[in-house]
Ligand binder design. Structure first.
Ligand SMILES: Cc1cc2nc3c(=O)[nH]c(=O)nc-3n(C[C@H](O)[C@H](O)[C@H](O)COP(=O)(O)OP(=O)(O)OC[C@H]3O[C@@H](n4cnc5c(N)ncnc54)[C@H](O)[C@@H]3O)c2cc1C
Length: 489
């Protein structure tokens, strides 16, 4: 039963990439005030996303709006610059409190700091809460108070902190503040803004990614029931597809990292035998926090090499090679399968993300920022921290990154992680009739077999766009000859 009084001044709750009712600390705190609530989403040009992620966040916003409607209220969507429009809403509603869950990206941090200052000057109460990560970026530090630069040390220290805070429940009932006429006008104006649409060719994303809080819970339950027990052994197998597929849900905040953590921890308590696999999985949530910690302290993570010697890297700028990579036409089946999965569904298996990133940056010697930008446009889980950190990791330009000389061989990776070619056959159908031993190297198929299965190399499927050994040698030489690196030695 609600104890909220509709006559008290309302509390504004801001939703930004946390489109959920359960374990939403800002919403939970609003309900404990006993005041009516206004749930607000700002269509802010400074933070608007395009591409698959723009579509996904918009779907998530709509799902939240429906969930609030089911509670007898509405999600108020307005357009504007967050630090300007929120004080305007405070005035229109005569609200006395504004609550939100924290953001860690540079624009988000800057906007929320400005908002806090503006509202503080008007004696409006504000609270920013922790709803996105397991641990705040500043909570895990070295003995001398510095951010960690190595994941294993960070993870050890994070584990010493113990489990993240408990999850807070969804409100059992909400009292919503009535909207004044001027607010209704703002909502009508925002409703006229065209919604972001899926990028060309990505229609499968709408089928693959059902979009509600309950769907996120279903993905979690399926994973904990069926797959967490074999996570360590199978997580690198794109053909098995047994990872959690929670990344889009975590990205939009349809589920919180804490909810995932506690659910897996409860499974470990029930069945200790899964512990090792489950902890490997939890460490991946650790990588997510580690990425946010990097973005928090290094706001240029998505745009600048964290290791400055790479500023002199003679990246190639070949538009045709980049396009072949983007569209899965490199002639290397695992790379092409991954890039086509991304194009059609907005998602790609982690192992394959690593292979295609290594191929782009090392075999094609292309600046990692071009790969990061393409991923950002096509991924439904595109995230400024995780995408940038992982690209810098794969390119060797980041902290605790894979060394430059570690160059994945796309054929070896394919043979090891997709041994029967099931993943390749799904995404590169023109190769599906090749026998297992040739699926990784179609150019070795003889003319008679190609004729028999209708494979015309150079026409229906490309010849390899680079020769691996030569490309590898160029990549290694380019790094060896970096002037900044030579100075260091
Ligand atoms: C080049 C590259 C770019 C990437 N870009 C993104 C991105 O934009 N958004 C994104 O969410 N992930 C990104 N990742 C990380 C990883 O590939 C995805 O999180 C993972 O594939 C999602 O599938 P899952 O949910 O089944 O993962 P699971 O294996 O089930 O892992 C559970 C969760 O842990 C987190 N996680 C897993 N691996 C990583 C990792 N390497 N770094 C950080 N967090 C991780 C994710 O939130 C994931 O949902 C990228 C990886 C690479 C190599």
């Amino acid at each position: 039963m609600s104890t909220q009084s509709p006559s008290a001044p309302p509390v504004l709750v801001l939703f930004r990439d946390d489109f959920r009712l359960t374990d939403n600390p800002a919403l939970h705190m609003a309900c404990t005030t006993g005041q009516p609530v206004v749930c607000v989403y700002v269509q802010d040009p400074a933070t608007r996303r395009e591409g698959a992620i723009g579509w996904w966040l918009d779907q998530s916003r709509r799902a939240l709006a429906e969930a609030l409607t089911a509670q007898g209220g509405e999600l108020l969507t307005v357009e504007g610059n967050t630090p300007d429009i929120i004080p305007e809403l405070v005035t229109l509603f005569k609200a006395d409190t504004v609550l939100w869950n924290r953001r860690y990206d540079p624009v988000g941090k800057e906007q929320d700091t400005a908002l806090k200052t503006t509202l503080g000057l008007r004696q409006i109460t504000t609270h920013s809460l922790s709803g996105r990560l397991l641990h705040e970026p500043w909570a895990v530090q070295t003995g001398s108070g510095q951010p960690y630069k190595v994941f294993t040390a960070w993870w050890r220290a994070a584990r010493e902190l113990g489990a993240p805070g408990r999850c807070v429940p969804a409100p059992s009932s909400l009292t919503f503040a009535a909207w004044p006429a001027a607010v209704k006008a703002l909502a009508t104006k925002a409703a006229a803004i065209p919604a972001p649409t899926l990028p060309e060719g990505a229609a499968d994303a709408a089928m693959d990614w059902p979009c509600t809080e309950a769907d996120a819970q279903d993905f979690l339950k399926d994973f904990v029931d069926d797959n967490v027990a074999r996570y360590s052994t199978e997580r690198d197998r794109p053909d098995k597809d047994t990872t959690s597929r929670l990344s889009p849900y975590l990205r939009a905040g349809l589920i919180s990292a804490r909810q995932v953590w506690h659910s897996v921890e409860a499974a470990i308590e029930k069945n200790g035998a899964i512990s090792e696999n489950a902890w490997t999985f939890l460490s991946e949530l650790g990588w997510r926090d580690f990425a946010y910690m990097q973005l928090f302290y290094q706001p240029t993570l998505p745009t600048e090499n964290l290791r400055s010697e790479f500023n002199d890297m003679p990246w190639h700028d070949d538009a045709a090679l980049l396009k072949a990579w983007q569209h899965g036409q490199t002639g290397y089946p695992l790379v092409d399968a991954g890039m086509r999965q991304l194009y059609q569904t907005g998602w790609m298996h982690n192992r394959v993300r690593m292979v295609v990133a290594s191929f782009l940056t090392k075999h094609l010697l292309t600046d990692w920022r071009k790969g990061e930008a393409w991923f950002h446009q096509r991924l439904v889980d595109a995230d400024p921290a995780q995408n940038a950190m992982n690209w810098q990791w794969c390119a060797g330009t980041g902290i605790d990154a894979s060394p430059w000389f570690r160059i994945f061989n796309p054929i070896g990776q394919s043979e090891k992680f997709d041994p029967s070619g099931a993943y390749i056959r799904t995404w590169v159908p023109e190769l599906r009739h090749l026998p297992d031993k040739l699926i990784h190297t179609p150019w070795k198929a003889d003319a008679a077999l190609c004729r028999q299965i209708g494979l015309h190399l150079g026409t229906t499927y490309p010849h390899p766009i680079v020769e691996l050994k030569a490309a590898r040698t160029i990549a290694l030489e380019s790094y060896k000859n970096l002037p900044a690196r030579q100075k260091d030695e």
